[in-house]
Design a protein around this ligand. Structure first.
Ligand code: KG4
Ligand code: ZN
Length: 420
């Protein structure tokens, strides 16, 4: 992407007043450089954009699609993954492309928001094109666009939302604003694909459905009575479980992202240490205490006191100590989630349980849940646990098929702190 376009995309604030000029420039860029097949001429669009009100945007009506198919392009840029996918009828995965800037963040031990946002700008259009190509779709085949508008990093979200708004306006497609966390849950509704390497469940989960949402930013239990009808049973009051994995990994000198590296280190160790489980009311969680407990444990293991800096721990701990600490932390952190999920199953008697979010990739979580729950549980494909566009397109599909309101492409704003 050239410097000029980068400047245009990064400096425009995302307000309705500023959007039209920014959108026109972006559309022009897209037409010139990347999307020669775009049907509308810029001059005509200027007039059209002025005249058009939200009501003029096409709406998808459920009845219209009882026989035909709904193809949604999903766009996800909430953190360090730039992802796009095409999903048909909220269940059939036609393509899924994920470009991660993770490698660029490794030297810093965590995601650097500015680097993530810049990477999104560089790759978002190629990623969208690849998703369309792999799905053998042209823009004409796409019925609507779904995009994550929160929660996440402001700058990262902005790139996805601005791109989606621009495309929705330029191509005259409905735009669905997707809550990232709800999106994670919908990875479980994918049941068919022609793509190699995916293991999907045979049938969608049944309602009432207990969703265990465990990611880098969230730890929540939600009870879904139906699509778009759920109650949040509880959530973390401080750190998310994925965040705790990431911070513990840092203390042990293990590479970012922490979840997979703690999991790998734990395989060589045993959970020999006792770590405390936070006692939180109801279905709430807390993961800041266990993080401090790991720090104190590591300091004690090398014979140092509480003021020994955590940054110096990795060079003093032996590989065996690191592996045992990783195994002990992983077991207790996951147990905290599984205990409450089990309790929720007893109280609410759901017909299905699903796991969602990056930590849903954890083999320890899957092992403990299989052992603890009376209900049989099916797990999402590992590729659908961490951030991806497929989950966004799936939820977008249900929104389209069930006549949920579309967003205004002229004013949709990012909501970094969006909750469920
Ligand atoms: O859902 P996600 O990709 O991004 C957010 O929405 O936060 O989740 C990322 C989180 C990170 O904290 C990462 O360490 C964790 O998921 N994670 C894991 C595993 N794979 C990823 N945690 C535990 N075990 C894993 N195998
Ligand atoms: Zn996520």
């Amino acid at each position: 992407m050239d410097q000029e376009c980068r400047r245009r995309l990064t400096v425009r604030p995302c307000h309705a007043d500023n959007f039209e000029p920014a959108a026109r420039e972006t559309i022009q860029y897209i037409e010139e450089k990347r999307l020669p097949q775009m049907p509308v001429r810029l001059d005509g669009r200027e007039q059209a954009a002025r005249d058009r009100s939200l009501n003029d945007f096409p709406k998808i009506h459920h009845s219209q699609y009882t026989v035909s198919l709904v193809k949604i392009l999903g766009i996800e840029t909430s953190c360090d993954e730039t992802a796009a996918a095409v999903v048909e009828d909220g269940k059939r995965l036609l393509s899924s492309v994920v470009a991660s800037s993770m490698d660029l963040h490794v030297p810093y031990g965590g995601v650097v928001p500015e680097i993530a946002a810049r990477s999104h700008i560089e790759v978002i259009l190629p990623v969208i094109h690849q998703a369309l190509d792999e799905a053998a779709c042209t823009w004409d085949d796409i019925d609507a666009i779904a995009v994550t508008y929160g929660a996440g990093l402001g700058g990262s979200l902005l790139v996805g939302v601005m791109t989606a708004r621009t495309l929705a306006i330029a191509l005259n497609k409905p735009l669905y604003a997707i809550n990232h966390v709800e999106g994670h849950v919908y990875a479980n509704f994918l049941t068919e694909t022609v793509l190699p390497g995916y293991t999907l469940r045979a049938a969608p989960p049944q309602f009432p459905m207990l969703a265990i949402i465990v990611s880098g930013g969230h730890s929540q239990l939600a009870l879904f009575r139906d699509h778009f009808d759920y109650t949040l049973l509880g959530q973390t009051q401080d750190d998310a479980i994925g965040e705790a994995f990431d911070k513990v990994a840092k203390m042990l000198g293990l590479p970012y992202p922490g979840g997979p590296s703690v999991e790998k280190a734990a395989q060589a160790g045993k959970p020999i240490y006792t770590l405390p489980k936070a006692k939180m009311p109801g279905y709430d969680f807390s993961f800041s205490g266990i993080k401090t407990a790991v720090l104190r444990l590591a300091q004690a293991e090398i014979g140092e006191s509480y003021d020994f800096p955590s940054t110096k721990l990795p060079e003093r701990l032996s590989e065996a100590q690191k592996a045992n600490i990783a195994a002990s932390f992983q077991r207790v952190a996951i147990e905290t989630i599984v205990d409450k999920a089990n309790r929720a199953c007893e109280e609410f008697q759901p017909k299905s349980v699903v796991i969602a979010g990056g930590v849903a990739a954890s083999a320890e979580l899957r092992r403990q849940l299989t052992e603890a729950l009376l209900l049989p549980i099916e797990f999402p494909d590992l590729k659908l646990c961490t951030d991806n566009g497929a989950m966004i397109a799936t939820l977008g599909g249900f929104k389209a098929m069930r006549n949920q309101p579309a967003a205004d492409p002229y004013s949709l704003a990012v909501e970094p702190d969006l909750s469920m």
